[in-house]
Design a protein around this ligand. Structure first.
Ligand code: ADP
Ligand code: MG
Length: 290
């Protein structure tokens, strides 16, 4: 049974848009020593914008490249996909696409106009045997577009920090959180830039969804039983990590149903400072209990 005092805690928390699935999670949050963040949609807004397009084949121009990519991404709800569909800005003809499949942490594959098309990161290109030569670009997430085993071009997209990320991460340290870690499926360059901006020194990049779980398990092992390891994510590709953490916190309530189900705590707000509020509430609650 749940100690009576915790009802106040959970009820109090809900008034701040913090939904806690049980008193034991509030208790666990009191002892949080380590917070592990997902990058996209958690530390950053998860709203990408196309910043550059590099065409690497004579078979297509910029418009055609964006058109192909947008038709593929139309079938994904990843924040990257949304930005490419928006950049195209025209009506999508679903009949052009057949046999679409999404590979979590990599991208999409389908038949487009009777040709095999792959849209995604370098891992996807490697998997498909498509050669990508290194190229000079500004920092950003690179989305490669390939057709019939040939690279057509690269779309560079960028995300921005949430406006309170720097402040919230600083506040966590003031509240006694010793370790702040960032996990991401994104490229090393992007991970380094974002981590640097928010003052996170420990981060892991280019992770597939199951590798995020492995990293979290390593962190939990190092922390030991007493210290709570919290994972904060937006739920896109990270439901398994949310489920594995001592306390899994889903943010923004925009993520998938799977994420809300996997999470122990759901924050209605997508501001990072709501994590700081959650810590405050977990501590005040225990003052009432003891
Ligand atoms: P994050 O850890 O940043 O939340 P994800 O695990 O959701 O990232 O995705 C990791 C990487 O996989 C992305 O940075 C991107 O390179 C690639 N990716 C995933 N989904 C898509 C998609 N729909 N289109 C293109 N690339 C994608
Ligand atoms: Mg994610």
């Amino acid at each position: 049974s749940i100690p009576l005092g915790y009802f106040g805690g959970i009820g109090g928390a809900s008034r701040y848009g913090i939904l806690v699935k049980g008193g034991n999670y509030l208790e666990a949050m009191r002892h949080m020593k380590c917070v592990v963040f997902d990058k996209t949609g958690t530390i950053t807004k998860g709203i990408f914008k196309v910043t550059d397009v590099y065409v690497t084949s004579e078979e297509v121009d910029r418009n055609e490249l964006i058109k192909i990519a947008a038709h593929m991404e139309h079938f994904s709800n990843h924040p990257i996909a949304v930005s490419i569909v928006k950049e195209y800005g025209q009506t999508i003809d679903e009949n052009l696409i057949k046999d679409i499949s999404e590979i979590a942490g990599k991208g999409l594959k389908a038949t487009y106009n009777n040709a095999l098309v792959a849209v995604g990161n370098k891992k996807l290109m490697e998997q498909e045997g498509i050669r990508v030569k290194p190229m000079e670009t500004s920092v950003g997430t690179k989305v490669y577009v390939a057709r019939d085993n040939q690279l057509l071009g690269v779309i560079l997209i960028a995300d921005t920090l949430k406006k309170d990320s720097i402040e919230a991460i600083k506040a966590l340290k003031q509240y006694g959180v010793e370790d702040v870690i960032m996990l991401t499926g994104d490229h090393e360059d992007v991970a380094k830039e974002i981590a640097g901006k928010v003052g996170i020194t420990k981060y892991y990049s280019e992770l597939l969804p199951h590798e995020k779980v492995t990293r979290l398990e390593e962190v939990m092992q190092k922390a030991g039983k007493k210290d709570t390891v919290v994972f904060v994510g937006d739920g896109i590709n990270d439901a398994p990590v949310l489920a594995r953490a001592d306390v899994g916190i889903a943010m923004g309530a925009v993520g998938s149903d799977a994420a809300i189900e996997a999470a122990d705590v759901v924050l209605m707000s997508d501001e990072l400072s709501s994590i700081v509020n959650a810590i405050k509430i977990s501590r005040n609650t225990n003052k009432i209990v003891w």
